[in-house]
Design a protein around this ligand. Structure first.
Ligand code: HEM
Length: 444
């Protein structure tokens, strides 16, 4: 695998990109998706035959890059991705030596609960309790086409696998001046999401600079090895990636009730629910980071990402418990722990923070909506698990991660004094998957 900064057009990379699944090195971009969860019930030989036929539907990174933003045009093709769990590899009868070796992947997500400080899997949704063998990611911008393609897939599963579907729908963040760039989505608590990501190619780094000359405080560049690992079942150019999927329910009513209360009672919130939220997330709803005045002022507040916390060693501007600071302290040490986030919301709530803040609390959902959290990496134990462990831990009086912590509650250290905290995010289920190279699927 070529190391160092490369262009997507680099000739050395093309064999790898022609076999690697799409959506790993860059998001597929479509606003709707269906996560189709499979449990094979046929004999391994038949299941393998189905997988090799389906492998032909999977979109590669090369095809994704060649297509650019054509997925936004009417009549565009859907995106298909395919991921296997360790139980799935075993069911298919793939020899151990050819299976992805990551120990956390092999043990599965249920086995990680205690290690991560997560609630017991017995508390997950009843319909997500059973063993999963595979997940199909189907994405398209238009709901009717998504339905049509889903029906086509489901028809092919007859006699092969039990299936169930999880929905995903992203919400573009509307802005006074129109729509912001494609990566600006809003998650259900009302905050701009999908901004800070590791970037693999010169083209993505140039786009990220947004006119600035260079990244000064925060370098988002990443080597391919952060997210890709050789696929043992394929040839020298076959690479795969590990996918963590967690269905995270968001208690939007509880979160906004807490923000309103903190706005009234906590001096740091200065009477403002949006600021109370910023102290939880580390960014204001429009994406502007909490940092010392004057730092990284680009005049485009919601898009600022070239910042670090070096001017705020005591957490006087951005608390250590704030989600983005706990999950990525930007101090250089956690660079190998970074993940590529490809999550998408599910369910519908009012789309802007202001609408959420103005709504009567009873109008906001306590459940049934949230985030289909998904992330890619080359080693689950060294990347996602490190982050989730850190999110859950009540670190040295700072409290857990105020957004991603699944622990019950505690107290957050804010500059002027402790702020009461309760987790408003509940883990409903999930699994560790592997995205095999396309050639591995088609030759299964
Ligand atoms: C950043 C929301 C769960 C990892 C963010 C941002 C928001 C957000 C609003 C800031 C905007 C951005 O940079 O994209 C949420 C919500 C979650 C959730 C609502 C749960 C419902 C998680 C989990 C993890 C995670 C479980 C990993 C274990 C990250 C990372 C960043 C981030 C790595 C970028 C940090 C940076 O580089 O500045 N999230 N998140 N998030 N989140 Fe989450």
């Amino acid at each position: 695998m070529p190391e160092g900064r490369a262009s997507r057009a680099d000739a050395r990379l093309q064999p790898l990109l022609r076999d690697l699944q799409g959506n790993i090195l860059r998001g597929h971009g479509r606003e709707r998706c269906a996560l189709i969860l499979l449990r094979f019930h046929c004999a391994p030989r038949e299941a393998r035959r189905w997988v090799s036929a389906f492998g032909g539907w999977v979109e590669t990174a090369a095809v994704q890059f060649a297509g650019g933003n054509a997925y936004e045009l009417p009549g565009a093709a859907p995106f298909w991705g395919f991921y296997l769990s360790a139980a799935g590899y075993r069911h298919l009868g793939v020899p151990q030596a050819l299976q992805p070796a990551d120990p956390a992947f092999q043990a599965g997500m249920r086995a990680a609960a205690q290690r991560l400080g997560d609630p017991s899997p017995d508390t997950w949704d009843a319909d997500l309790q059973h063993e999963l063998h595979a997940m199909v990611l189907l994405a398209h911008a238009e709901a009717p086409r998504l339905q049509q393609e889903q029906a086509r897939l489901v028809a092919s599963l007859d006699g092969i696998a039990h299936w169930s579907v999880e929905q995903g729908q992203a919400h573009q963040r509307k802005h006074r001046d129109g729509l912001l760039p494609a990566y600006r989505f809003v998650e259900h608590f009302g905050f701009a999401d999908g901004r800070s990501q590791p970037l693999f190619f010169e083209e993505d780094l140039a786009e990220d600079l947004e006119g600035a000359a260079a990244h000064v405080h925060h370098d988002p560049s990443a080597p391919l090895s952060l997210v890709l690992a050789p696929d043992a079942a394929g040839g020298a150019q076959a690479f795969g990636s590990y996918l963590v999927w967690r269905k995270l329910e968001q208690d939007v009513r509880g979160f906004h009730r807490a923000l309103r209360a903190l706005a009234q009672t906590h001096p740091d919130a200065r009477g403002d629910a949006a600021r109370a939220g910023a102290l939880m997330v580390g960014r204001y709803p429009d994406g502007s980071p909490l940092q010392p005045p004057g730092a990284a002022d680009t005049g485009r507040p919601g898009e600022v990402n070239d910042f670090d916390f070096s001017g705020d060693a005591e957490g006087r501007h951005c608390p250590f418990s704030a989600h983005i600071r706990r999950i990525n302290p930007r101090d250089g040490q956690g660079r190998d722990e970074r993940i590529v986030r490809r999550g998408i919301s599910y369910g519908t709530v009012p789309q802007t923070f202001d609408e959420l803040a103005a709504a009567p609390l009873e109008a906001l959902p306590e459940g049934g909506v949230g985030l289909q959290f998904m992330c890619f990496q080359s080693a689950i134990g060294m990347q996602f698990e490190r982050l989730q462990q850190r999110a859950n831990v009540q670190a040295e009086g700072d409290g857990p991660d105020a957004i991603a912590g699944t622990a019950a509650g505690g107290s957050l250290r804010w500059p002027a004094g402790p702020a009461g905290f309760q987790s408003f995010v509940t883990l409903k289920g999930g699994e560790y998957f592997h995205a095999p190279a396309r050639s591995v699927l088609t030759r299964m």
